[in-house]
Ligand binder design. Sequence first.
Ligand code: BG6
Length: 478
Amino acid sequence: MKKGFLWGGATAANQFEGAWNKGGKGPSTADMMTGGTHTTPRRITPVLEEGTYYPSHEAVDFYGHYKEDIKMLAEMGFKVFRMSINWSRIYPNGDDLEPNEEGLTFYDNVFAELEKYNIEPLVTISHYETPFGLTKKFNGWASREVIDCYVRYCETIFNRYKDKVKYWLTFNEINVLTIPGTAFSGAGILLDEKNEVEFSADHDNEQLRFQALHHQFVASARAVKIGHSINPNFKIGCMIAYMCNYPHTCNPDDMLLTQHRTQINNMFCSDVQVRGYYPGYAKRYLKDNGIKIKMEVDDEATLKDGCVDFYSFSYYMSLVVSHNPQEDGVGGNLMGGIRNPYLKTSDWGWQIDPKGLRYTLNEIYDRYQIPVMIVENGLGAVDIVEEDGSVNDDYRIEYLRDHIIQMKEAVKDGVDLMGYTMWGCIDLVSVSTGEMKKRYGFIYVDKDNEGKGTLQRKPKKSFYWYKKVIKTNGENLE
Ligand code: BG6
């Protein structure tokens, strides 16, 4: 890989940090979500229930373990560490006028620790953890008021960490809002337009979701502009959950549907964030579906003025698209699809497709011609701790190796790739199921689905493998 390639790993505060009500932190949307499993969905409880388990509350307590954790990441040779700042640790209610100093100090300490080992932080500003206060007061991102709250938060952290953090992502997987059932986790929306119906996974309102998305676009663009004025060296990126779609057959209807899904679910958001305007196909989609986006006069200029510096994305799997609803289905990250007979699936039914990563990288770079970064990729699997305490996660090594091989192919194809951060480098809570059992890490954390365990950390076999990969800059993948 090129000199200075950013090898590392990724996390998000709500799945990793814990200390949900310590140090002045307020509750976030994630803190109101119960645990679940592969088959039992997580529940949103607007009022916390006594005796119910909320996985984000302690998560794996990075808050109390950050020194030990960063030391282990340094031992692997990390060049970059992706983490999020928990918005409600800085602004406990979301709309407070003054930030919480104790929260700011916590991240001062984290960044100082990273600096000690020359690890570059990559900070996600909002990763599925909108302050719950904004849900209660404004119905989350459904209201335009939240833009100002977000921008105030960005200004605070940009000013405070301007000499410590260079790489920023405005919203994690902003495109989730193009998918039904994501309004609460993606935008803190709990009520319908009339403030009557409470949302659940099976209740959805497309109008509100797309309006919230517009607010996030404007907020992101304003943040990019302010960020660059605070420190012109900042590199601020978009972050897309990339869904690599293949047509099920060569039937033109399958082809057109695949293109449509790719446009709406993948490209719409990055077209706005990279190019600075709503593309024609998105305008048509909104019109055809009776969705009316309320825009203010300056919004179009704001979007044009706040284009991102780089494109980042998560990649776990590929999907097969068919216009025939009868086809055999499989699960997936945010969206399922048709079973692909050429691919194996993970323990959680996600279709493993390393070559899809090469295909995706080429699609993205050809379209935008700006630097690209893979900020999430990895395998959620059940790990077994052997009697001698070791975790021999050869399946994880195989998954990562196969993806890195394809990533290298894409670089040979000409893609300008900045870095690679493997998802969940230290075991953390799964966002879709709330489980601990779905592990991604190079580092095992002793904690189970019920929240029991010592929180003790230990390296898995993949830890030593990745250390070698980084040391040889991706040359030695054995
Ligand atoms: C991405 C999210 O969609 O997928 C992460 O940005 C998440 O927050 C990751 O953890 C893996 O999904 P899951 O459901 O296995 O945790």
